[in-house]
Design a binder for this molecule. Structure first.
Ligand SMILES: Cc1cc2nc3c(=O)[nH]c(=O)nc-3n(C[C@H](O)[C@H](O)[C@H](O)COP(=O)(O)O)c2cc1C
Length: 249
């Protein structure tokens, strides 16, 4: 294995950090690594907001209900950003751009661009001996976060990322068997085979959940997902995205 693969294979989310801020140089390296991610049509349709104001970080900790959103070495918010593409356009051009700006296709491209940049940042941080955790829990109150960050239309926060010096070393989470996620030439619709892979993985995850050193629980991977998907979808989420004039059509 080479050091890059070693770093990738050692990934675990870190939710407890030492009380030490990242240096400007560390953050510059991490953000520049994020920027080197590929980008659809080279539109670079994302922005990254670093939270350096402790009061703002505290607010984000309260909104997400997560201590590690406040207590970390640095906190980033990754946004899908189509706004920047309009900056150099005339008023008439801006009007003509609305159709594409509001499309599902370009909303999706912006989320992909932001996600690729984020994972580059995560890997860069991990390669420097730091720990990271993505924070989807910002979705608990997107309009409030939108206001706090002063986001223009066509910009939405997708997820946060806490970065810092790890103060824990959780066990690595087992992944699905490779046959469950990698198919050749066509989708594997053999339900029996897929059930077998998932069943054996459920057993493995059950043992992992029961025996892990932190936050043990009695559950399977399928069980937790099926329970989750029987809840009502969050209508506020799509309402918020549409209010930002994204994913409207
Ligand atoms: C988009 C995204 C959002 C996530 N949101 C949260 C979150 O809000 N809180 C949290 O503790 N972990 C969050 N995670 C981390 C996942 O729970 C974690 O990656 C997953 O359980 C696999 O564990 P591992 O990263 O340790 O391998 C998120 C991960 C992703 C990719």
């Amino acid at each position: 294995m080479n050091p890059v693969i070693d770093t990738i294979m050692s990934h675990r989310s870190i939710r407890q950090f030492k009380d030490e801020a990242m240096t400007k140089e560390q953050m510059k390296t991490i953000i520049e690594a994020a920027q080197m991610a590929p980008s659809s049509r080279f539109m670079q349709t994302y922005s990254i907001i670093g939270i350096t104001n402790p009061l703002l970080k505290k607010d984000l900790g309260t909104i997400t209900g997560l201590t590690y959103v406040e207590n970390n070495g640095h906190f980033l918010i990754f946004c899908a950003d189509l706004h920047r593409l309009t900056i150099m356009a005339s008023e008439e051009e801006k009007q003509n751009m609305q159709d594409m700006l509001e499309s599902t296709q370009f909303y999706q491209i912006a989320t992909i661009d932001a996600s690729l940049a984020a994972q580059n940042a995560a890997l860069a941080a991990e390669s420097m001996g730091l720990g990271v955790v993505y924070i989807g829990a910002i979705a608990k109150n997107l309009p409030e976060i939108d206001k706090l960050l002063n986001l223009p239309s066509h910009v939405i926060p997708l997820f946060g990322m806490a970065i810092g010096i790890p103060d824990q070393k959780p066990e690595i989470k087992p992944r699905l068997p490779i046959q469950a996620v990698y198919f050749e030439n066509q989708y594997n619709s053999d339900a029996e085979e897929q059930r077998e892979f998932t069943e054996s993985y459920d057993q493995k995850m059950k043992a992992y959940y029961q025996t892990r050193s932190e936050n043990p629980r009695a559950d399977t991977w399928s069980g937790k997902n099926i329970a989750l998907f029987q809840k009502k979808a969050d209508a506020n989420y799509s309402q918020y995205v549409k209010s930002k004039r994204m994913n409207v059509k």
